[in-house]
Write a protein that binds this ligand. Sequence first.
Ligand code: SF4
Ligand code: SF4
Length: 383
Amino acid sequence: MDTVVPENEIVEVIKENGGDSFKYCYQCGLCDAVCPWNRVRDFSMRKIIRQATFGLTEIDQEEMWRCTTCKTCVDRCPRGVDQITAGVALRKLGAEYDVYPGNVAPVQNVVASLTSEGNSIGGERDKRADWAKGLAVKPYAEGMEILYFTGCYLSYDPRMREVATATAAILNKAGVDFGILGSKESCCGESIRKTGNEDLFKRLAKENIKTFIDHGVKKVLVSSPHCYHTFKNEYPEFMVNFEVVFISEYIVELINSGRLSLKGDYPKKVTYHDPCYLGRHNGIYDAPREILRQIPALELSEMADSRENSLCCGGGGGHIWMETPKEDRFSDLRVKQAVAVGAEVLVTSCPYCITNFTDSSLDLDESEALEIKDLTEIIQTLL
Ligand code: SF4
Ligand code: SF4
């Protein structure tokens, strides 16, 4: 494919979209040294920045789509370059010209599903609340204590629905007056924004904001770090004001206020994975560990690359929807790190991480058997 974008347009698009800091890059290469891609193949964010500086980006190359927006390089760049914003600005050209090369092609189906049904995984809008059938979960009504914004994966994906069920069980046990929006909920839009589709992000965000306002929502509980990130840091662009709380922080609050007490024990070796959008992007490292440390008989070990240095699962930046060849999967490396510290359970708090780690764990030897769990699923066994 020969996709030619005028050089000055590339430079202007990056500038206009907040990626102007790319001009400060002095090509030290530190971003490449810390990037998880270079554990599985050659990849150079430094080169992408260099090409963009001169307007030489080729938007039909998969390289432009490789960044998972894990934020490792952003936190380390000595010149304050925001590689994610610059990279997403380039993808806006791809989205504008409808160019989704090679393994990126599935994003087109996601765009169609988000546009017609408001979710990223091909479900029907009318079935968004089906996960809650038979459970004590009410539709959200004004005046309730909290809105549980379930998110696409927890609403539709069979594995992730178990996490939504565990969350509802915890909330009910603690006597929380909560509800869901069901078919009135739309995808939060975080990941599609990272593929450069700003128009679709805005449309989804505005739909959710209107629904929140119509229902008098003041406080929103989320299970996905991606929903958390966009509600907390991106929805304020629309001058909206509501409180957002992540499930692990909320559980700490429920335990500390005496509303939730845990019974029994969990006699297993556990390790915790920090999702990029919970840890590096939002600084939540302690709440999940605080909960795990309170559980009797649970033995918590830290993997290599934990907390600020956490190894990305490979699902951010829209990659959860793209094809990732086996040899390119960071999640394969991460499950090996969990096995290396003797863990029987790899626990985390993100639907993308759970999806990728579950896939990777299927390839482990029998002697390395590893369960992949959301934090709420462990709490559920202690209610
Ligand atoms: S770390 Fe920063 S200054 Fe160094 S090459 Fe990467 S973007 Fe440029
Ligand atoms: S944000 Fe992460 S994946 Fe993207 S270039 Fe930086 S280190 Fe690599």
